[in-house]
Write a protein that binds this ligand. Structure first.
Ligand SMILES: NC(=O)c1ccc[n+]([C@@H]2O[C@H](COP(=O)([O-])OP(=O)(O)OC[C@H]3O[C@@H](n4cnc5c(N)ncnc54)[C@H](OP(=O)(O)O)[C@@H]3O)[C@@H](O)[C@H]2O)c1
Length: 271
């Protein structure tokens, strides 16, 4: 049986690697001996991480400072990785906008759709073709437990994550015949810059527990090649099972509407 490194060698390409879940993927994959391509906008953060990982794990790390919302982002990334064999793709970069949908700026909401759905789809298309040609590789999509529900006040964000869950599960089936593994990771609330930035939200008022990035990422890596989709954390899984089987979807939506509305303080300015 092939080892993880043999299956997904030579390089893992991780978007959103400058912080949070993406940074942790970089750490855990370097530990497994994979070389890395790290993508995000903040060049200093990427370079700092690259220096640490090269030193600690003796892997090759390439950094690409890139705004994935710019028009030619995919072409740029393809050109930057032209000579590398990308064996594992993790289109993890994401953003959120929450609050009353009609009060939000629709241009910002459009960026959420672009970064959270179009970019991962396009990356999966481009790098998926190269992987299927080699009959080897893997893709870990990053959805959210909010993608398993319709979540009022995160209406657009949760819809983008539902898209990712859907396309990821479908591609798991489609690419299997080419020996390309696809898994969708759906984290619940996880301690990162994203969750820390939601200063107007008191998540203590919701029946959820914030997880650390390490177990979230470990769960995803372990699920690759075994599961279509994975939710890390016992409480997140209980909530998911209840949402899917114990209550009809409309009740779930209403319950989340009540809970998020209660947790949101509209007097605190959002970051
Ligand atoms: N934290 C949670 O509770 C949670 C729960 C469920 C799902 N998720 C998902 O997990 C993924 C990672 O989020 P996180 O929680 O780790 O948040 P994070 O710490 O804020 O990381 C987001 C990453 O995306 C990058 N990014 C944002 N906009 C970008 C752009 N335009 N171009 C290139 N890179 C960009 C950021 O880097 P730069 O700023 O340097 O560009 C950063 O590396 C997201 O898809 C998120 O939706 C998070």
């Amino acid at each position: 049986m092939k080892t993880f490194k043999e299956k997904y060698t030579d390089y893992a390409l991780i978007t959103g690697a400058s912080s949070g879940i993406g940074k942790e993927f970089a750490e855990q994959l370097a530990q497994k001996g994979l070389n890395l391509v790290l993508v995000a906008r903040r060049k200093d953060k990427l370079n700092e991480l690259a220096i640490q990982l090269r030193k600690e794990y003796r892997v090759t790390v390439k950094t690409v400072a890139l705004d994935l919302l710019q028009e030619d982002a995919i072409e740029t990334l393809v050109a930057e990785t032209d000579k590398l064999e990308i064996g594992l793709l993790i289109p993890n970069a994401g953003m959120e906008v929450h609050g009353d949908f009609l009060q939000n700026n629709y241009r910002e909401e459009s960026k959420v759709v672009q970064l959270n759905t179009l970019v991962p789809m396009q990356l999966a298309h481009v790098f998926g073709q190269k992987m299927t040609a080699r009959k080897r590789g893997g893709i870990i999509f990053v959805s959210s437990t909010f993608g398993h529900q319709s979540v009022p006040y995160f209406a657009n964000y949760s819809a983008t994550k539902a898209y990712i869950l859907s396309i990821g599960q479908a591609l798991n089936y489609e690419l299997k015949k080419s020996s390309v593994d696809v898994t969708v990771l759906s984290p619940g609330l996880t301690k990162t810059e994203m969750s820390g930035g939601m200063t107007d939200m008191d998540f203590g008022k919701m029946p959820i527990v914030e997880m650390q990035v390490a177990p979230v990422v470990k769960t995803a890596i372990e699920a690759l090649g075994k599961k279509q989709a994975i939710i890390p954390g016992a409480i997140n899984n209980v909530m998911d099972v209840m949402g899917k089987f114990a209550t009809p979807r409309w009740i779930n939506t209403n319950m989340f509407g009540f809970l998020v509305n209660r947790a949101m303080n509209r007097n605190i300015p959002r970051n």
